[in-house]
Design a protein around this ligand. Structure first.
Ligand code: FE2
Ligand code: FE2
Length: 285
């Protein structure tokens, strides 16, 4: 099975011609499936642009959403309307609102949007204010403490969703691919080849999801977990445990790119685990 992975494609910044050119570059790789790890568009443009992409690529599109996908909307409303809409759209699979997807008899796909859950770094000392707080209804009119509580709750929601699904995979699969928007470890929160600092980490890593992944990887040492994520727009690979690695994708506004094209077997090839492709930084924890 051949997969094209892209992240943070922010299609709303492109005109129709630029989008068609990006979709055509995906088709050139002749994938059997496409993975997208969030920041696809913004709430008002999300469904039309997903529909356009689905029609252009001709293969199933498995995706999660990123924070930008909720801009000018609310989180629950966007997720629920997308869930209902995807049920009648062949080939559009929103992983935050679906059951496990078996890709091969030994490989399963899970995913959730995730959220920067405010737990890494130093939230109270950070001068960082993401546009999320003005542009997503859930955050409007919240004070600083209430925002942090909301970030915790969003991270916990992602973690329990994944925990429940991963529990079901433990007995049956050797390989797990997990798509999420927000890096689940501070070590996977890349910025110019280094880890994001304490000002950015509260918003750019989801500790709650990371804990679930670490626990699962300990409980099933023979099961290999690969996490694909984005959000920081800076690429890197980190090996957290022998059977757990996180690949963070690069992105640039207005210039979406294909992060990687791989055969599923290749993704789980041990010898390839720490090789940074295309100059991607790699580190082992
Ligand atoms: Fe992004
Ligand atoms: Fe993002």
């Amino acid at each position: 099975m051949r997969v094209v992975w892209a992240t943070d494609i922010h299609l709303n910044f492109l005109n129709a011609e630029e989008r068609a050119s990006f979709f055509s570059s995906i088709r050139d790789h002749q994938p059997d499936a496409v993975f997208v790890t969030g920041d696809i568009a913004e709430a008002p443009s999300l469904q039309p642009l997903l529909d356009e992409m689905r029609r252009a690529i001709h293969v199933p599109l498995y995706f999660v959403l990123g924070n930008h996908d909720f801009y000018y909307g609310s989180i629950l409303q966007v997720r629920n309307s997308l869930k209902n809409w995807c049920q009648i759209q062949p080939g559009l699979i929103y992983l935050s609102m679906t059951e496990l997807v078996q890709l091969t008899p030994s490989t399963v796909l899970v995913g959730h949007d995730g959220w920067g859950d405010g737990r890494y770094g130093n939230y109270y000392a950070s001068p960082v204010r993401l546009s999320d707080q003005e542009l997503i209804a859930d955050f409007q009119d919240l004070d600083r403490e209430a925002v942090l509580n909301k970030l915790h709750a969003l991270g916990d929601e992602a973690a329990s969703y994944l925990r429940e699904r991963l529990d079901n995979t433990l007995a049956s699969y050797q390989h797990v691919i997990c798509l999420t928007h927000v890096p689940p470890f501070k070590e996977a929160c890349w910025y110019q080849g280094k880890m994001g600092n304490d000002d950015w980490l509260p918003f750019f890593a989801c500790q709650a999801v990371g804990e679930v992944l670490l626990n699962v990887s300990r409980e099933r040492p023979d099961c290999h977990i690969t996490v694909l994520c984005g959000h920081t727009h800076h690429a890197g690979i980190v090996q957290l445990r022998p059977n757990l690695r996180v690949i963070t994708g690069f992105a640039e506004y207005g210039a979406p790119c294909i992060q990687d094209t791989f055969e599923l077997e290749e993704l789980f090839c041990q010898s390839d685990f720490l090789k940074g492709r295309d100059g991607r930084e790699a580190r082992s924890v």
